[in-house]
Write a protein that binds this ligand. Structure first.
Ligand code: ADP
Ligand code: TRP
Length: 330
């Protein structure tokens, strides 16, 4: 059986983009793969400096996985921080990672660019955790010899870097000690658009959160930006943010029916948004109820995550033993 692995960093409440781009495709793999799904809490430490917030975010991400259908009896779910072998592997990988490779990371380059534009020194606000973020991510992946990593498009470069690092290591020791991972990026959900039509992202403030109560969900949906066409005009579903999100939730018949109403004219944006809200609310309500139940029992989440870590650590330890031997560290 092949292995699938992915992580979500607990930097905020999960949104529709996280669900469609990462969580749902990852859960679909649980039938055919051994799955390792974790909360990348040390990755989040680069961004969240309020301990209470970091802790709360971890529960939210864990509860999201569980509410969306992850079964801990079938797939492993754990906190990255509870698998300390990750950090030893990360230290090993650092020695095989070219600094130039890290210089090319999109997130780092974007920070340099912003600093340049603001007239600051280039590395202003860049710490080593951020600079070496892709190495820690490579360690997460290679620790469990993952074959595939289900992620959204924005993570493609990080997976390529993990491949480069694995290959550099394997080349030195002349055999495939580290599995070279493959990204799994779904065509339809590689980039879910947000309220303003850009990629939905916490950093753009354009998200629709997954588990909002119905009233707030409706309010968010009503904020989706549309053009200024009037009710009577026929509309193009393929260029519309509302339809783009509807497509992710609806069946093919429902999609075709709404597309017809767009093209026929006579449907205003308010109507389209109401249709989207009702569909989303139908799909998300059972998840929301499970989510609320998990969030009301944090000790249960702690137990599930600790059990998950305990279950996977022996495999991590055995890989590390092999690597230590290979590199000559007793
Ligand atoms: P954000 O951009 O909101 O900070 P994260 O970086 O925490 O989101 O992403 C967690 C996972 O969700 C990653 O696998 C990422 O690729 C996926 N993801 C995030 N936003 C989107 C989106 N708009 N469309 C598709 N996948 C996404
Ligand atoms: N970097 C990912 C993100 O920002 C989170 C992550 C950390 C991850 N480690 C991983 C994803 C390992 C896949 C595999 O969303």
């Amino acid at each position: 059986m092949k292995t699938a692995l992915t992580g979500i960093k607990p930097t905020g409440v999960p949104h529709i983009g996280n669900y469609m781009g990462a969580i749902r495709p990852a859960l679909e793999l649980t039938r055919d793969y051994r799955c390792f799904y974790f909360i990348a809490d040390y990755h989040a430490l680069n961004f969240i400096r309020d301990p209470k917030e970091l802790k709360q975010n971890c529960y939210e991400v864990a509860a999201t996985w569980l509410a969306c259908g992850l079964d801990p009896a079938q797939s492993a779910i754990y906190r990255q921080s509870q698998v300390p072998e990750t950090f030893e592997l990360s230290t090993i990988l650092m020695c095989f990672t070219a600094k130039g490779l890290m210089n090319r990371a999109h997130a780092y380059k974007a920070m340099l660019q912003t600093n340049r534009e603001l007239g600051r020194v280039p590395d202003d606000g860049v710490n080593m955790g951020l600079f070496t973020y892709p190495v820690l991510m490579a360690a997460d992946i290679m620790l469990f010899c993952a074959d595939v990593v289900p992620v959204g498009r924005d993570q493609a470069q990080h997976i390529e870097m993990a491949q480069d690092i694995a290959q550099a290591f394997n080349y030195v020791y002349g055999c495939e000690l580290l599995k070279v991972p493959q990204p799994l990026i779904r065509e339809q959900t590689q980039t879910v658009t947000g309220l303003d039509g850009r990629k939905m992202s916490k950093s753009y403030g354009n998200t629709i959160l997954l588990f909002l109560p119905p009233k707030q969900l409706r309010k968010q949906v009503m904020r989706i930006v549309t053009n200024s066409q009037v009710v009577e005009e026929p509309k193009d579903p393929d260029t519309c943010n509302v339809f783009a999100i509807y497509k992710l939730f609806a069946t093919e018949d429902e999609r075709n029916a709404l597309a017809e109403r767009y093209r026929a004219g006579g449907m205003g944006w308010g109507d389209a948004k109401q249709t989207l809200f009702e569909k989303m609310n139908d799909v998300l309500t059972p998840y929301r109820e499970r989510y609320d139940a998990f969030m009301a029992d944090k000790p249960a989440i702690d137990r599930i995550l600790a059990d998950g870590a305990e279950q996977v650590r022996p495999q991590a330890a055995s890989l590390l033993a092999k690597l230590r031997k290979a590199v000559g560290i007793v």
